[in-house]
Design a protein around this ligand. Structure first.
Ligand code: C2E
Ligand code: CA
Ligand code: CA
Ligand code: CA
Length: 275
């Protein structure tokens, strides 16, 4: 028993050493990724459920690592947040996305994911104003997505920054809604224009009456509070039919389109909605 105990211990020590080594390597590579042009943005449309028309697109970052290939933002964004790289990467995302948005039809918005760290940086709002000025995109066509977990236990600086952005006419979305804590209180204390219902609820929608009840309640709450609702991760037409019947504003997911470079999205818009 003693030996197997020690063996297990050794296993964990080795595993942890390996983990911190690969983490250090990832961090080093991440430091060079921006200047080496290894990032790209893909865009995923979101669709008006009542009309089927594309309302806008969400920018999603992609990292093409020279050796490892494509690395998911779910893996490297948390690393970037911890090692202070989220600000330069986030600035690049904003610059790139507002420029790309100029290529879209004027009624469409572009949504950008934000880390709470970006919102806490003094001067963030000013940077956004400059990016909008340089690109000529009007603030009404820009949306920022922030997760409810990001709002947890924050000082007033995030609330103040969100208020400033909203005063400019930029829209604020609450991302991954339903996965964090005390979601409902955020709707009262933060200036929110849109709720994005987390994909996990949408995935269960057809088979789970509980998930269906939650989604219906969130959509109803949105209606009453004047907040739009977007369902994430819509993959089947059954899900879309249910969401439409519930009065959900918009849907986003593989059923409509996968994330793709902006020119591919624009090409698909003109074939699907010829002018
Ligand atoms: P998110 O903001 O919740 O983005 C939605 C994720 O779901 C994206 O993953 C998207 O590709 C994926 N998705 C979309 N439709 C479907 C579907 O029908 N089924 C399934 N299974 N998945 C779908 P992605 O692109 O890997 O991004 C993961 C997360 O990384 C994002 O989650 C967001 O939190 C973060 N992220 C992405 N880009 C940025 C960025 O520029 N800045 C920051 N701070 N975070 C980002
Ligand atoms: Ca998002
Ligand atoms: Ca989300
Ligand atoms: Ca997410």
């Amino acid at each position: 028993a003693k030996r197997s105990g020690r063996g297990t211990y050794r296993f964990f020590v080795d595993a942890m050493a390996e983990q911190s080594r690969s983490r250090r390597l990832l961090e080093e590579d991440l430091r060079r990724a921006l200047s080496r042009g290894e990032f790209a943005l893909h865009y995923q449309p979101f669709v008006d459920l009542a009309t089927g028309g594309v309302r806008g697109v969400e920018a999603l970052i992609r990292w093409f690592h020279p050796r490892r290939g494509l690395i998911s933002p779910a893996e490297f964004i948390p690393v970037a947040e911890e090692c202070g790289l989220i600000d330069p990467i986030g600035d690049w995302v904003i610059q790139e996305a507002v420029t790309a948005a100029r290529k879209l039809p004027r009624h469409m918005t572009v949504a950008i994911n934000l880390s709470p760290i970006q919102l806490k940086r003094p001067g963030f709002t000013l940077g956004v104003i400059h990016a909008l000025g340089d690109s000529g995109l009007s603030p009404e066509r820009l949306e920022f997505e922030i997760t409810e977990t990001a709002l947890l236990n924050q000082d007033g600086s995030i609330l103040a920054a969100l208020g400033q952005l909203r005063d400019l006419g930029i829209r604020i979305s609450l991302d991954d809604f339903g996965t964090g804590y005390s979601s409902l209180s955020y709707l009262r204390s933060f200036p929110i224009d849109k709720i994005k219902i987390d994909r996990s609820f949408v995935a269960d929608l057809v088979d789970s009456t509980d998930s269906a009840a939650i989604v219906r309640a969130v959509v109803g709450l949105g209606h009453d509070l004047g907040i739009e609702t977007t369902a994430e991760g819509v993959e089947t037409s059954d899900q879309a039919v249910m969401l439409t019947a519930m009065g959900c504003t918009a849907g986003q997911g593989y059923l409509y389109a996968r994330p793709a470079p902006i020119d591919d999205i624009i090409a698909s818009l003109t074939t699907r909605y010829p002018t």
